[in-house]
Design a protein. Structure first.
Length: 481
């Protein structure tokens, strides 16, 4: 055991180092979602700084003299509305919990029980012992904020059984007997990665779902059974989530599983928001957490419509939303804002294509996330699809003008940017459109999501959507009774 302790701790404190083929195989199912969202690349403590990376890039650009410098305030609320999205959910406390830090000289990383379990199993330690070691170490250090690497080494050796014989790197014991899952539609190998993906619907941070998945697997293996019923895993996951994160998280998970298993109607999530606010990034993150495979943008719908409708026939379609007022062909009534009238004219035109996308998703039974500036509160009623689909509409917003400017700066100067500095040059118009969208959302009771912290915003959106599904399911059951 002792000969590999140093390597194990190296994986905890320096995760960017090279991996062996065996380690890749052990980790691939559990870290793939982290890689996609940036979780594995950043530690827990600097996640907040990572969320503000684009703002810092914009500030660096400004410091070079291209634009006035701005600041990114901390301590913002995650949701600014307005229809029961702000809650007293006890599991919210896990978001900002202080985690134990492992220090090695100037290098500092968070201590992660799940990573320690997999590091130990990758070195030939059995799953049960690895889990027990990680739990024992955690109980010893959980009330501290910092622990030195050498002390953590000693704790791992203290709680580990002596392992004699050849180097475990060259002579590893056989892996634990694989588990199979039995469901109504067949039998398949148990996948911790797939389980972790389903747990994200509880609205927890990815790290917490990973640790819950590790505990669920441990309990399943304790049963000593070769085949586990899918319903057994579902019920066990609900119990463990209730113990670890509270009843609300467990209820969301079970509601989502019920929707997936029993509801043939698709979920269609609409995310509106002004240009450059980050709605597309939010849409992708929410879709990933809910395992929704189709993500579309109204920009794409507009591009298709541009091919079908010439600029002479529909001039506002052929420019950006904040420039549409320059192409309004009909006269604007006195007292109306030309900027907003041009924007709304374009949105009404694109809405024709949006309706077609929704109808197509319903016909196919395919859950879809659709985002875009052309989704305007009040121009359509999501309830018109009630009974055929679950259509939910939210507005993404960043009411901090400097923060929005920073995001636009990053888009204008970043690698692979979709836009140019004309977004920054039209910041006033973009912000004015957002103000109008916010007013319309409040009047139409459309929830407003603060996207300043994308991870927190995605977590809140997931909680809101799954919560609404649970409410609708309960209401329909009550009507049947």
């Amino acid at each position: 055991m002792g000969v590999k302790i140093s390597l194990i701790l190296g994986r905890l404190t320096e995760p960017e180092g090279p991996w062996t083929r065996g380690e890749v195989g052990q980790f691939r199912l559990t870290v793939v979602t982290w890689v996609a969202s940036g979780w594995y690349a950043r530690s827990v403590a600097d996640r907040e700084d990572g969320a503000r990376e684009e703002g810092r890039r914009g500030s660096e650009i400004a410091s070079e003299g291209r634009l006035s410098k701005f600041a990114m305030p901390r301590g913002r609320s995650l949701l600014v509305n307005r229809r029961n999205l702000d809650s007293d959910d006890p599991d919210e406390a896990t978001v900002d919990a202080i985690r134990v830090r492992v220090t090695d000289g100037e290098v500092e990383r968070p201590f992660m029980r799940g990573i320690l379990v997999h590091s130990l199993t990758a070195q030939g330690i059995g799953f049960e012992e690895a889990y027990g070691v990680a739990q024992s170490v955690w109980k010893r250090v959980r009330d501290r904020t910092v622990v030195e690497k050498k002390e953590l080494l000693a704790l791992i050796e203290e709680f580990s059984s002596p392992v004699g014989g050849p180097d475990p790197e060259s002579s590893r014991p056989e892996r634990d007997t694989p588990l199979d899952v039995q469901g109504k539609d067949g039998r398949w190998p148990f996948s911790q990665g797939r389980l972790q993906q389903s747990l994200l619907a509880a609205g927890l941070p990815p790290l917490d779902t990973f640790e819950a998945a590790v505990e669920i697997e441990r309990v399943l293996r304790d049963k000593g059974q070769r085949v586990i019923l899918r319903d057994t895993i579902r019920d066990l996951a609900g119990t463990i989530l209730r113990q670890r994160a509270g009843p609300e998280s467990a209820a969301r998970f079970l509601a989502w599983r019920a929707f997936q298993a029993e509801d043939a109607r698709p979920l269609i999530l609409l995310l509106g928001g002004t240009t450059g606010v980050g709605k597309s990034s939010l849409a992708l993150e929410v879709a990933r957490r809910l395992a929704i495979g189709r993500v579309l943008s109204t920009d794409s719908v507009r591009d298709v419509m541009r091919v079908m409708l010439s600029e002479d026939l529909m001039p506002t379609l052929h420019v950006s939303s904040f420039e549409a007022h320059t192409r309004v062909s009909a006269g604007i009534h006195e007292g109306l804002d030309p900027l907003l009238e041009g924007y709304l004219d374009q949105a009404r035109a694109v809405l024709v294509g949006v309706r077609a996308v929704i109808e197509r998703a319903i016909a196919e039974g395919t859950s879809t996330v659709l985002d875009g500036v052309s989704l305007v509160p009040g121009l359509f009623d999501p309830d018109e699809w009630r009974g055929r689909a679950h259509v939910f509409f939210l507005l993404a917003a960043d009411e901090d003008r400097d923060s929005l400017r920073g995001h636009l700066l990053a888009r204008a100067h970043g690698r692979g940017a979709r836009a140019s500095e004309r977004y920054v040059m039209n910041l006033s118009e973009i912000f004015q459109i957002q103000e109008d969208l916010l007013d319309r959302a409040r009047m139409a009771s459309v929830p407003i999501v603060d996207v300043h912290d994308r991870d927190a915003a995605a977590r809140r959106v997931v909680r809101h959507v799954v919560g609404l599904l649970a409410q609708q399911r309960a209401a329909e059951a009550a009507r049947l009774d």
